[in-house]
Design a protein around this ligand. Structure first.
Ligand SMILES: [Zn+2]
Length: 455
């Protein structure tokens, strides 16, 4: 595909495809505004009710304010309004006396220690929540483990009571059941810090993530809160900036927002096609933000190809003494070579805490992204686009072209989970006249020695 005329034609088609996908999957085009409003006010009232009752049962956990977070509120939710995120602000915040960096790394990693004045608390906290108590001034480190347990137990009691009193139905979230040990009735711990509640709402079953937080002085970038983070030790809190400056570094521009919706949908579809690992929407957003700062593209098609390159592991002489080659993709050619490697993605807010992307989260997404680019480039017909947008496994299975994406992902999955033997997965996709080849080297002998590296 060396001819520049056809190249620009392909980029135009790719851009059209991205715009079509973004418009189709945006919940504001799937549901009427009034439906979304009714559904959202149901969820918001329920959350308000839950938090009021938490404060009644356990006054030490009373909240003072609620911050709306997540894709519904930042207008990047796709398909269904089935996920809402909140930061309830604990009333304990007013007794915080100091917040300090928990590590001495020279780049900020967002990890903090929090001191609280125990003498001033109107409702005492269990001793397990406190550490390094200063008997003179009553100040102590606030630990997170017992606090999280208290929240879990209290919310569980609240939901039980609400279910008997009101016509509201909570569901056990099966997906998370096996991954976490601490789970009570209808509440599970989700991710590093949130408590997940699954409820029947007007437009269907909806997940509500409550990530309780403490509010202190703002971060230099804007208002921030401190949340529990189970990935770290129980005496560490994580700062989260809740209002970022309106600049290209932190906020997606409208066209890149469309690219984000498209990639979220593609990541969803990759999961629907049988890959249990999934690149998180948080990582996708960071990848696009990193791209955005250097974007010189004249169309979204070019941006997509640049994101593929962000996901590719490039050589790093310093950390690559074993001479492992880098991943390769040149969209003018029809060949992709991938290694089973980790990738570190720079974090624009906390440079000391880059996001880690494992090969099993990275490679299936790359397969899906490259599949799109290659099929748009080398198949004249658009007749697979509708099946692609159907978000329906049966629709995909019935479509011969999309079936090749499913087969490719499945082949990778079998080797990555050692259900089939070999070192390479070789995917071949037949187009109108040409073939694309993706070769994945799954057994990287130096994988475990190889450090994470920055893009
Ligand atoms: Zn761009």
């Amino acid at each position: 595909m060396g001819c520049s005329l056809s190249k620009s034609h392909n980029t135009k088609r790719l851009t059209k495809f991205i715009n079509l996908t973004a418009n189709t999957v945006d919940i504001r085009n799937v549901y009427a505004e009034s439906q979304l409003e009714e559904h959202t006010s149901f969820v918001e009232n329920l959350v308000k009710d839950i938090l009021e009752n938490v404060g009644k049962i356990e006054p030490a956990l009373a909240t003072d304010g609620l911050i709306n977070r997540g894709s519904y509120y930042d207008r990047t939710k796709i398909l269904h309004p089935d996920e809402y995120d909140y930061h309830p602000i604990l009333g304990l915040s007013q007794y915080v006396t100091d917040v300090t960096n928990a590590s001495d790394s020279h780049e900020d990693d967002g990890k903090r220690k929090i001191r609280i004045n125990v003498n001033k608390l109107p409702y005492p906290l269990p001793s397990e929540c406190l550490e390094n108590i200063n008997e003179n001034d009553g100040e102590a480190d606030l630990r997170t483990e017992e606090l999280l347990n208290m929240l879990l137990n209290t919310i569980s009691a609240v939901l039980k009571e609400m279910e008997t009193r009101k016509s509201v139905k909570f569901y056990w979230s099966q997906n998370y059941r096996r991954s976490y040990k601490k789970e009570i009735d209808n509440v599970v711990i989700h991710g590093p810090s949130a408590l997940l509640i699954r409820v029947g709402a007007p437009l269907g079953i909806t997940d509500i993530d409550l990530c309780f937080c403490l509010k202190w002085k703002p971060h230099e970038l804007g208002p921030s809160v401190h949340i529990i983070d189970r990935k770290n030790s129980w005496d560490i809190w994580l700062e989260s900036v809740v209002e970022l400056p309106n600049s290209d570094k932190y906020v997606l521009t409208p066209p890149h927002r469309k690219l984000f919706l498209t990639l979220k949908y593609l990541s969803n579809l990759t999961r629907l096609l049988g890959i249990v690992w999934q690149i998180s929407s948080h990582v996708l957003k960071t990848l696009i933000l990193n791209h955005q700062q250097k974007c010189r593209a004249s169309s979204l098609g070019e941006c997509l190809i640049s994101i593929i390159n962000e996901l590719i592991v490039k050589p790093d002489d310093e950390h690559n003494p074993c001479d492992i080659p880098d991943d390769e993709y040149n969209c003018d050619e029809d060949f992709l070579y991938l290694f089973y490697s980790n990738l570190l993605i720079p974090n624009p807010i906390f440079p000391g805490e880059p996001q880690r992307l494992s090969p099993n989260d990275r490679i299936p997404m790359l397969i899906s992204m490259v599949w799109i680019v290659q099929h748009i480039k080398l198949n004249r017909s658009n007749n697979w686009w509708n099946a692609f947008l159907s978000n329906n496994l049966i629709g995909v299975r019935r479509n011969r072209i999309l079936q090749s994406l499913m087969d490719g992902l499945h082949e990778y999955y079998l080797l990555a989970t050692s259900k089939s033997h070999g070192r390479y997965v070789k995917l071949e996709w037949q187009h109108d006249a040409k073939k694309s080849i993706v070769l994945i080297d799954c057994i990287n002998p130096n994988y475990f020695d190889r450090p994470f590296r920055k893009v």
